[in-house]
Design a protein around this ligand. Sequence first.
Ligand code: SF4
Length: 461
Amino acid sequence: MNVVLISPYEIGRQPFGLAEPAALLSAEGHNVSCVDLAVQRLADAPLAQADVVAIYVAMHTATRIAVEAMPRIRAAAPRAHLCVYGLYAPMNETLLRELGVATVLGGEFEPALLSMVRRVAAGEPEQSEPVIAHGKFTCLPPQRDGLPDLTHYARLLLPDGGEKIVAFAETTRGCKHLCSHCPVVPVYQGRFRALPRDIVLQDISQQVVQGAQHVSFGDPDFLNGPTHARRIVSALHEQFPGVTYDCTIKVEHLLKHADLLPLLSETGCLFVTSAVESTDERILQIFRKQHTVTDFARAVTLMEQHGIALAPTFVAFTPWTTLEGYLGLLCKLAELQLVNAVPPIQLAIRLLVPEGSYLLRETEMRPHLQAFDPHVLGYPWQHPDGAVDQLQESVQALVAEGEAGGCSRQELFAEIWHAAHRACGQIPPQLPARVFGRVIPHLSEQWYCCAEPTEQQLAAY
Ligand code: SF4
């Protein structure tokens, strides 16, 4: 069978979600081609000969691009069986089927993907695989040689102006927490699965051989399995002492597993991304984040003590965000000297409510919800104060223009600072240089998995 695997967008990463099924499908004797629309064109895909086209959607931005690209994929691969798989596939099942997608797979999708290809080969088009699976499966080292090499992907930018080639790896899937706004929750419902340590390390090794000097771990939360994480980073450091890494860890875990921070620091952890989400206690409670604003500040201090940079992420605009609350977020970042640690897009993120979101169960959310809109792949909401929605649009436009024009984080923060004060009818106070904080190591891709795609991203395929 000729199988084409397509990734629309993967925040600057060489997609694990293509490389891993490519290995499994190739091992069964199929002819697999991979196309990453973040760095390649749809025309690069051998679609005319495809028996199966499977599109990987692990995030909102990717799903929006996939939906836009679907008519062209269908036209270029008229006889192919269409499949969409990954975290965002099950929650968009109805829409995807309306677009002609025959198989929709999420969770531990690998066995079902193999079964689907066998079924199509046998001439059975009707989906018989579960849409969400959580069973165990046999992993193989991802087959990365069918993808553009690592130099085409996000680089690590160091404060001294240096750069490193980045490998991308996952050590777990899912999450054991139930944050109400999180897209992982509807699919994993508080479960997570550790991927075999030897496979993770083999995958990293093959990327180091390709030139990677830094590993970006894509786990939803690296410390869901602290023992697994400890063993992975210890083995990584032993095998490749010069290779650094970053990962994502929630505030609650940073505080609870503070005893692991010295090990992370010693084994080359340069920065930790943490979904802080808000500096408003009410919003943190609605999101069921299990941390407070004080916990956030404690985590900042703790990370400083261990020499690991903290890169917080936010859902800056929600139905409960006030103009003063937004200003409060900017002031908190200035107070904690984190301006240079926050990618500006984080200050523009508007809460997404996809199908299946646990937020749909929250009484506080219901009054704000409108009917599901397939164009935005979610339930739109309008803020009771139109000035907040206007500010969100202004900040989003400032960030998109600033990113395109190469503005620094400081410059963009200063523009947003002015816009937020103007929205509040206040004269913005001067920002003293110390509030910007230190420039931290970060990846060159500045867009984000929950951000709406830019016009450029939507048109690029
Ligand atoms: S936001 Fe983070 S901690 Fe919460 S459920 Fe999602 S992945 Fe887990």
